[in-house]
Design a protein around this ligand. Structure first.
Ligand code: ATP
Length: 251
């Protein structure tokens, strides 16, 4: 029902998808609040991928290409907004997909599994509770992950994650790539690499970058990763936001 010529069509469409995902049991109520927080930061970057985020996206693509066991973690928000794109990214990277929920219930896992299967996923990890292993430093079931997926991953892409779990994953030796519109969150500060951008733009951009970089030499990809500094990239993202507020005062 949203008119396509509305200036904020994509934002309103995402909102509709989020509400529908809540109604169909894919998303917890808290997932809607998390989305709202994300929207506020997206407004501040003009609802566009910044140059700073593009640098992080390129680095993320390089790290994912070099990974031996890359895993894409999926929660309710990601399933609601970018399930097809996640399946496509997993295919181009030969990466695994794992359902990893903060508010885990059997019904929600089943609902997300269905969405991913409908989007074309062949195999999805993190579905069978009795086969899970535990990540140190987190209470059950928040720290339960699949032995073939996140537990054994070297690089994990987490579109939307909370600070505690990011910290625990980092402590267990993983390279964690977070996508989080809030550059001030604990997740953003703790992750190995943070893409301050909306998942609806950044997942398709990672796919494009992987395609561009996949035939580069290992050394070139390593150079891209070594040149990246997460804290300074976060500061640059925050500066974009502060500049947009500053422009308003001069308007
Ligand atoms: P932390 O524990 O990391 O300090 P938090 O408790 O704020 O953070 P959550 O509520 O678990 O984090 O996660 C939601 C995060 O996801 C928010 O920081 C929000 O900005 C971000 N977010 C929400 N929607 C999107 C989206 N579509 N794309 C990218 N990031 C998003």
């Amino acid at each position: 029902m949203i008119p396509k010529d509305h200036p904020r069509y994509l934002s309103l469409l995402s909102r509709e998808k989020i509400v529908n995902a809540y109604k169909s049991g894919i998303l917890a109520d808290a997932g809607m609040i998390a989305h709202g927080r994300g929207e506020a930061f997206d407004y501040l970057i003009g609802e566009e991928t910044t140059e700073t985020a593009n640098k992080a996206i390129e680095t993320a693509a390089a790290a994912l290409i070099l990974a031996k066991n890359p895993v894409i973690s999926v929660n309710g928000n990601a399933a609601a907004l970018v399930s097809s794109e996640i399946v496509e990214l997993a295919k181009v990277l030969s990466a695994k997909i794992e359902i990893n929920l903060f508010y885990r219930t059997e019904d929600r896992v089943k609902a997300i599994l269905n969405v991913l299967k409908e989007a074309g996923a062949d195999e999805v990890f993190g579905v069978e509770d009795d086969k899970m292993k535990h990540i140190e430093g987190l209470n059950h079931p928040r720290g339960d992950v699949s032995p073939e997926g996140i537990y054994n991953a070297d690089v994990i892409l987490v579109p939307l994650e909370d600070g505690d779990r990011t910290e625990a994953l980092i402590k267990s030796g993983k390279f964690v790539i977070a996508i989080d519109l809030n550059p001030l969150s604990r997740t953003s500060k703790t992750a190995s690499l943070t893409i301050v951008d909306n998942i609806i733009r950044s997942i398709p951009s990672i796919i494009t970058k992987v395609d561009e970089l996949k035939n580069k030499k290992e050394e070139e990809l390593k150079d891209i990763i070594n040149d990246f500094d997460n804290l300074s990239n976060l500061k640059d993202s925050l500066k974009v936001m502060l500049d947009s507020i500053d422009k308003f005062w001069r308007f």
